[in-house]
Ligand binder design. Sequence first.
Ligand SMILES: *Cc1c(COP(=O)(O)O)cnc(C)c1O
Length: 458
Amino acid sequence: MHEWTEQTEQLAADVMAYARERLHMRPPPLDGPRAPEELRADAGPTITPDGIGGTEALRIFADVLAPACISTDHPRYFSFIPCAPTPASTLFDLVVGASSIYGGSWMEGAGAVYAENEALAWLAGLAGFPETAGGVFVQGGTIGNVSALIAARHRDAVRRLTEERPPPARYAVAASVEAHSSISSAAHAMDIDVIGVTPDEEGRLTGAALDGALDRSSTAHPGREPFAVVATAGTTNLGIVDDLESVSAVARRRGLWLHVDGAYGAAGLAAPSRRALFNGIETADSFVVDPHKWLFAPFDCAALIYRDPGAGYEAHSQHAAYLEPLRTGHDWSPSDYALQLTRRARGLPFWFSLASHGTDAYSAAIEQTLRVAEHAARRVREIDHLELIGEPPLSVVAFRRTGWTEARYYEWSAELLMSGTAFVVPTTHAGEVAIRVAIVNPRSTTADVDVVLDSLAD
Ligand SMILES: *Cc1c(COP(=O)(O)O)cnc(C)c1O
């Protein structure tokens, strides 16, 4: 299996050719899911005692399996948050895969970690963090958020120990009720409570609302104490950025860790036209931004950055007899900063593309998607049977189709996917069904948006 034979040579050529062709397709087919029975019938048995051979396995992937996966980089993939990697980033992903790099420790992956840290430093700089800031690329915003909250609780616990204050009966984290589901998932995993704060009319978490909610929480639940606040910089549903300045002031006054969840939206830091929305992020203790969302890197890649990386280290470094040889110096080992040990050097494709194209190209590409989102919002306002839900602060545009039942929305969405036209799934806002178009692909044009809007006529 490990020998390099003539068959391996052929397989290398076939795999490279497949990858090149897939990257070259403009656009790739949208594709869509199929039932397991259908896939079983078409693919046949794949795991056998003798093996089916690489050529045949690749054929099954190309002919049967890949077409049953939606292309998240299709320019009319507007659901959830699409993924629009640059060719440079995806090509380099192949190189990373070929290089057998262990990205968890400096000792084993120094060169890769150095490059990842360069990319992290750019992100930290965009947020106005000090040069001493640092972090790690993790699998997603979900792992980034839980890792930051674990570090925050650890800092609180250590402070209590030092100050000889007892631990609270129950720990809690405060967040807007509009915060991402990964925050309640983190709280569940950590066995802590979430203090849900009602946002203002514009959907933003504010310092005043936070302050009030924290007061009410301590009255209603004596013994329950918050250790952190999560603010969202770009909600997934509507792209709303919380009022980071006022939230930060309250967090600081109360001695709480401020974590900013910018998994989707914090890429907007690189867009001069939106930078002011993020004012206050520079005071946070940590933030998360996913290059696999609006920063054109392939799955899976999320940056978690700490103001004081020591806090991340204290909470996350693992100790075991067999790991101690890695702890010889003060070198930067990425595994020490999140809930993980073995890790792929998953920041490298992002680093390679950023290094290749330069940061100005990133700003320009993000601004381009914002212009397409502005076009979408303008058209929605113009069309009688469409109703815009708020002005989109970033690149997510949400609206209603007046006169449609919930069933009709789902029918429309399924038709678009089945015909290979577009992938747009309904969402809900304020208890009502709505359509949501998320634009993070610079190859999505105003014409692509128009195709979707025009399909809503009847
Ligand atoms: C997408 C998203 C997450 C989760 O990130 P994953 O990379 O999917 O784990 C968390 N918060 C926000 C605001 C998001 O948009």
